[in-house]
Ligand binder design. Sequence first.
Ligand SMILES: Cc1ncc(COP(=O)(O)O)c(C=O)c1O
Length: 454
Amino acid sequence: MNKPVDPALMQAAEAIGSAGTHPMDAHWMPFTANRQFKKAPRLLTRAAGMHYWDDKGRQILDGAAGLWCVNAGHTRPRIVQAIQAQAAEMDFAPPFQMSHPKAFELAERVAEIAPAGMNKVFFVNSGSEAVETALKMALAYHRVRGEGSRTRLIGRERGYHGVNFGGISVGGMVANRKMFGTMLGGVDHLRHTHDPVRNAFTVGQPAHGAELADDLERLVALHDASTIAAVIVEPIAGSTGVLVPPQGYLQRLRDICDKHGILLIFDEVITGFGRTGQPFAAQTFGVTPDLITCAKGLTNGAVPMGAVIARQKIHDTFMQGPEHLIEFYHGYTYSAHPLACAAALGTLDTYAEEGLLTRASEMAGYFAQAVHSLKGEPNVIDVRNFGLVGGIELSPIEGQPTKRAFDIFLDVWQQGLLLRTTGDILALSPPLIVERSQIDQIVEMLRGAIRRAA
Ligand SMILES: Cc1ncc(COP(=O)(O)O)c(C=O)c1O
C-alpha cells in the first residue's frame, strides 16, 4: 500500500543525495533523536583507517572508534578478507551440539590474551548478551555448587551494562531504567565513584574514592553474603562519561568479594581489546575478576559478537553429572557465528601484527596532555582520561541538560569529526591507530566548538 510521505522527510531525503534517496520514516532508530536526525540526517557511507566519509563525500575523522568498537581502524584488509572468505566457505553452523573449527581457534586466542587463569570463553552476539550471560553464569555457578541462596546481583550507580533486562537492572543510568517497570528483583547498587569536588581534572586515576568500594561491605551487612551472587562493574565506566576508577578501588572491591565468596564481574565491553593499554583493563589495573564480558573490539566492530571469559574454576564447576547432559542451559542461535569468528580472528591478527593492544599505553601521555589542554575553555568543568579514552564534562545550559554537548557534537560533525556525547559529557575514544597529529586535530576541532557553544 502506498502511504503518503511526509514532505519534510522527502525534503530531508532529497537533501541527503544519492546514498539516501529513500524516505526515512520506516527506520525507527536506536538511541537516537529520530525527528531531529531525519530533518538533518548524518549518513556514513564509507570508511577506511581513521576516517569515515559521509554521503556528500566529506571526510570525517573518527574520534569515537565508531561506537567504542573499531579499535584497529576501519576496513582493515585482514578482517575484510577473513569475512569475505568465510562467507563463501560456510555461512552458518549450528552452535548447539555442533560447532566449527574457528570457534575453538578463536576461544584459544582470546584465552591467550586474557588475564591468567581466565581461559574459558562463551560466545554471544553483543555486549548486552554478554552481560546477561555473565549474570546467569554467576547465579547458576552458585546453585550448581550448592549455594543456591546466592541470588542477589549488585551493580553500581551510573553503570551501563547494555539494554536487556538483567543489564538495565544492574545498570545505573536512570533514562535506561525508568520506563521499564520493576526489572529484575533482588538487585542493589554501589554508589558511583564520580567525585568532581575532590577529583576534577585528574590526569589518569583519581586519588580519592577507594573507600567507595566499602559500599559492598554495607550491602553484605544489609543482605548477608549468603544471598549475594555477584558484583558487576565497568573498570572504567564509559557510557556515563568516562569515570576512571579511583586508585585502589578495584582491588578493594576484589578483596571484599573474596572475603565473602562473591563473584566479581568486569564489564569490559568498552575497555577490552586495548583501550586502556593492555588487552583488558583487568591487566592494566592489576585486578583479576571472575568473569569478563566483552564485545565491540573483539571483531573490530565488523560483525556483531561478544563473549564472556570465565575463570577455569567457574567453568569446571559446571562440568559434573552425566556427560550426555547439557551443563549450562544458555546460548544463542548465532553464538560463535562463523562470520563473527572469522572477523575476530582477522582482528586479533591485526592487533598482534601492529602491537595495538598495548599502543594506548604509548599514546596515553600525549593524549592526556592534549585533552587536558581543554581545561580553562568555557564551560569545561572537568576533563578525565585513561589510555585512549577521554571525557570532557561541560556545565549544562540552564534548563536544557544535554543540549550544550549535543550542539558541540553537531558542530564538530559539520567540521568533520565524529565523537560521542552522553549527558553534557563529550567522550573521545579514537581507534588505537590514531596518530599524534590526529589527536591534535580532534582536540582543536573540539576547542573551537566548545568556544562557539559558550
Ligand atoms: C560497558 C558496556 N556494557 C555493555 C554494553 C552493551 O553492548 P551492546 O550495545 O553491544 O549490546 C556496552 C555498550 O556500549 C557497554 O559500554
